[in-house]
Design a protein around this ligand. Sequence first.
Ligand SMILES: *[C@@H]1O[C@H](CO)[C@@H](O)[C@H](O)[C@H]1NC(C)=O
Length: 310
Amino acid sequence: MRLRLRNIFLVYFVVSSVGLMYALLQIGQPCDCKGTNAHGRIQHSVVKGHRDLPEDDHLPVIYVVTPTYARPHQRAELTRLSQTLLLIPSLHWILVEDSAERSKSVADLLAQSGLHYTHLNVQTPPVMKLKDSDPNWLKPRGVEQRNEALRWLKLNKSPKDFGVVYFADDDNTYSVRIFQEMRYTQKVSVWPVGLVGGLRYEGPRVEKGHVIGFHTAWKPHRPFPIDMAGFAVSLSLLLSHPEARFDPNAERGFLESSLLGQLVSIGDLEPRAHNCTKVWVWHTRTEKPKLKQEEILEKQGRGSDLNIQV
Ligand SMILES: *[C@@H]1O[C@H](CO)[C@@H](O)[C@H](O)[C@H]1NC(C)=O
């Protein structure tokens, strides 16, 4: 009898332990919680990633805003960027497609990324769009998409949410150091960007801890001759200027100035990266893939399998 009771207890113990283990394992899994914003669009708002540990809760959130558009190497760029972002705690990726609809390709990539994210889309009006034959500097790119992210932040965040907003294009190269530098931004923090403006680097000139000018060779009369990747804005500053936007009609090179001019003056800029002496972000560009053989095979009706995502 004693033996029977002990066996029953043992079985009970094993079954409940397995149940508890299973429940604990489920806690870290991504949820596919979906919400709807004021525009009535379905959003995959908050997806918990495995990097989000409870001890990160007190950190200000870094909102990384990335405009993106469909092209042969899009998934390669987004994969590279997303896996850099995975290294950063307390981060929320706002990815905005230049398209009439959110694509399945990008949605799949985000769902598997392990990041907190929001997936948005807005199409650039045809008159503003670059033609294939236009050089890529003719018109500013990603303006409507960055502004859509600003609208989302305004609708979904309150001044109580501590955070910082960074506009990170999908083709640049980012050191994890730059995210550490921007996290505690009061108003607007700034740092040098490598390989931009025809120079080894462009960046603020700093004296006694204050920005006194800029190292730049191209259009130095710009109010803020800073690359998009060279600054971050505190969420509370943005929310206290709810109308602040990038100007779609800004002259070439003046896009950054069009937003920053509404928010700060030069004296407010907070130099980071060792008083702007370190380069921790690079304005790299990816070569356009050559797909000549693909076109030839397609004409013969034996192109690559379109079910295979590249
Ligand atoms: C930046 O410069 C200020 C003023 O010269 C100095 O006090 C500070 O230690 C410097 N910061 C870094 C990280 O080098």
